[in-house]
Write a protein that binds this ligand. Structure first.
Ligand code: UT7
Length: 348
């Protein structure tokens, strides 16, 4: 049995904020942001938008792409997506900024919004590695359940809500957005010629490094108390240098292990789709691995770091541009809060 990607979608808020726009409000410059990160712009959601709203938009796009399911696309995009949603058995949503703190999960809000009444729904907390974790989790659950056939995996983030605008070392890095894929269990082979779908994953964590990337406030460790003035808001705090060093090593090790476990070499891989945190991390890891820059897809220039949404947004861009051909071996690789790391190998 193979777990294949049948549809992709994304949602990117219309409000585009360039480095120059930021430099008019905080002590930074286009030159610093570009040279240190490769970021040129980011997109921010408006005040009325929550994580599930972006997730729903991306999910509907991905479901609409699957077309041929009950309802087809005769009646227009929304109906096609709605009919396809009824065939979902599972929704897995990765985020660092859920609609609600703890309960309900954002995946449940999305399940209701889609009318995916048959689907189980749950969130995944694995920082920027969330989509990589989500893909493997959903695939495992599809394979484990006899009657489960289709799943939706979403990465959705509103990092602008979690940003400390007083901290120029982090606030220039993040953007909002969501990406989604529809997975389907098929009878295709997962080994040998003609293999299809998710053929390998590596998931890892180093909880000892948690303090380097944290949102300290709002959970049961440091809860909000009635009537208090917020001394410590729910903001992202990051030790950039420590995360950078972790990221380059985790990225390099994950790529090596994925290829070794699969028995493939770099020439077998059509494209590497990395988490878009910093173009310098990708360049440093590429150098250590001896992988040419053209093998990596980067869109950080336009969207900045959208955490768990960055890989599915990139997959959708590539898919819609026709850059992923059937049979292409595609590698994802990510690292982030937790600290976590991981990657997937997908035969498109
Ligand atoms: O996706 C989750 C994982 N997160 C990451 O992967 C992030 C990993 N870390 C990084 O990408 C990099 O460490 C950063 C981009 C966050 C920072 O780059 P850096 O080269 O490590 O810069 P730095 O923090 O060492 O700062 C260098 C200088 C400092 O000035 P002094 O002390 O040398 O005078 C900072 O104050 O750059 C200054 N600086 C800025 N200047 C203009 C820091 N932020 C800014 C800014 N604009 N926005």
């Amino acid at each position: 049995m193979a777990i294949e990607i049948r549809g992709t979608g994304k949602a990117v808020p219309a409000n585009r904020v360039s480095n120059g726009d930021l430099a008019r409000k905080i002590d930074t410059s286009d030159e610093w942001i570009r040279s240190h990160t490769g970021i040129g712009a980011r997109h921010f959601a408006d005040e009325g938008t929550a994580c599930s709203d972006l997730a729903l938009e991306a999910a509907r796009e991905a479901l609409a792409m699957t077309g041929g399911w009950p309802g087809g696309d005769r009646e227009g995009r929304d109906l096609a997506a709605g009919e396809a949603a009824k065939t979902l058995d599972l929704i897995v949503l990765a985020t660092a900024g859920a609609d609600f703190c703890g309960c309900p999960s954002t995946a449940c809000v999305v399940q209701d919004g889609l009318g995916a009444r048959q689907a189980a729904a749950m969130d995944i907390t694995a920082g920027c590695t969330g989509f990589v974790y989500g893909l493997e989790t959903a695939a495992g659950l599809l394979l484990a359940g006899k009657t489960r056939k289709r799943a939706l995996v979403i990465g959705s983030e509103l990092l602008s809500r979690l940003t400390n605008w007083e901290d120029r070392g982090t606030c220039v890095l993040f953007g909002d957005g969501a990406g989604a894929v529809v997975l389907e269990k098929t009878g295709a082979p997962v080994e040998g010629p003609g293999r299809r779908g998710l053929v390998g994953s590596i998931l890892g964590a180093d909880g000892a490094g948690a303090e380097h990337l944290m949102i300290r406030r709002g959970g049961t460790r440091n809860p909000f108390k009635a009537g208090e003035t917020l001394g410590l808001p729910p903001h992202i705090e990051m030790n950039g240098q420590a995360v950078y060093n972790f990221a380059v090593k985790a990225f390099t090790d994950t790529c090596r292990r994925l290829m070794a476990e699969d028995g493939s070499g770099i020439d077998d891989i059509a494209l590497i789709v990395p988490h878009q945190a910093n173009a310098r991390i990708v360049q440093a890891a590429g150098k250590r691995l001896g992988i040419p820059e053209e093998k990596f897809f980067l869109n950080i220039g336009e969207y900045a770091n959208t955490s768990a949404a960055s890989i599915p947004i990139a997959l959708d861009e590539l898919n819609r541009a026709g850059r992923l051909k059937r049979g292409d071996l595609v590698m994802t690789v990510a690292f982030g809060g937790g600290l976590t790391f991981g990657g997937n190998l997908i035969v498109w």
